[in-house]
Design a protein around this ligand. Sequence first.
Ligand code: ARG
Length: 443
Amino acid sequence: MQEINASIPFDKRLWKQDIILSLAHVKMLSAQGIVESEDANKIIDGLDQIANEFAQNGIEDNLALEDIHMAIEARLTEIIGPVAGRLHTARSRNDQVATSFRLWVRDAIDAVLSALNRLQQVIVQRADQHADMVMPGFTHLQVAQPVTLGHHLMAYYAMLARDIDRFKAARKRLNVSPLGAAALAGTGFALDRDMTANALGFDAPMGNSLDAVSDRDFALDYLGAASQCALHLSRMAEEIIIWASQPYGFVSMSDQWSTGSSIMPQKRNPDAAELVRGHSGRIMGNLHSLMVTMKGLPLAYSKDMQNDKPPVFEAHDLLGLCLVAMSGMIETLTFDAQNMHKAASSGFSTATDLADWLVRDVNIPFREAHHITGAAVRHCEKNGLALSEISADILTSIDGRLQGHKLPDLSVEGSVNSRISYGGTSPIRVREMIASAKQECGL
Ligand code: ARG
């Protein structure tokens, strides 16, 4: 029974939050005249001593005490005697668990937000260094149109900005206090729930005591935001893995953020990127795990809910590792301008520029321009030419309307420089985006 029942092996991570909420609770009980101030002071001193002990010596897994909340109360009783029993007046472990876990997740969100900010800064800095470096842009992983590396990196900046929004929204929704809901029905004691909510940095007490003890949306919100963030990191990791492979050769990874092979001395493997990709699956699995745990539970508290913590703790630890590793990898990648340029020039990547020119300068409807460009590409393919090498005569023979026109700049540089629409890949636009991103992320 003890083994299946106990949560202390994992919920001891809540010890600080539990002590903070107990301090707020007992101060309120004293202010309301529910506990005498002399007793309250003994409880406060005892809790302070426990905090010091735990910080110094760690916490033993005493399964007989079930969880961290009981362990703290038991230790408090050892230190100050039966007066410790007054701390649990007008509360239950149900509102206690809900409150301490909320406080923990709030801290976790703050930690993620600062790690996300750091990653955004790294990305902006690398984008700034390479705002006009040309690389292939892909669709279907086929070379489509040339883009700039700065533009490509800033796409990830934009994804992370949405992640930051999601974590901030989760934090805002989370920030209400279950404390004082007691077991499920509220209590007959004259509590001041605003006082404890305030002391714990919550915006307000929760308005329904049943909901207060049974709601785990905040944990699901955290896991949802973490999953989507991990999904973005996984896509980024996948690109690093592809770019670092020899047939691509777009980047080389630093020694610091890659590993060698035990048998092939020449190898530099992108293990950290692969683990970011791998960990994202575990984080998403944890979201699923808690959703399935919650979906069948009647109001208010059921013991299944004790299983809310391991998936959140694990997801948070994994996400923290992924964010640091991704910052380290991006910061230390070396980009191979030549290989990217070569790849950007392959596959007739500027064919759209030719078609656009036919529309703009020769006044041909786009669908026909598309057709003419197709014929030009086929000619080049057959004769081993680049699009920019096609002669005016050949173009005229494809379509008479082209006679006398001077061909546009079909280089990859010309292509990216021309894409000046808002949000486009031209270095001018990309530098504008970088400038406002720098402000946004505090650079
Ligand atoms: N260890 C439990 C948990 O973390 C404490 C809640 C106890 N409440 C109860 N009604 N048994 O969820």
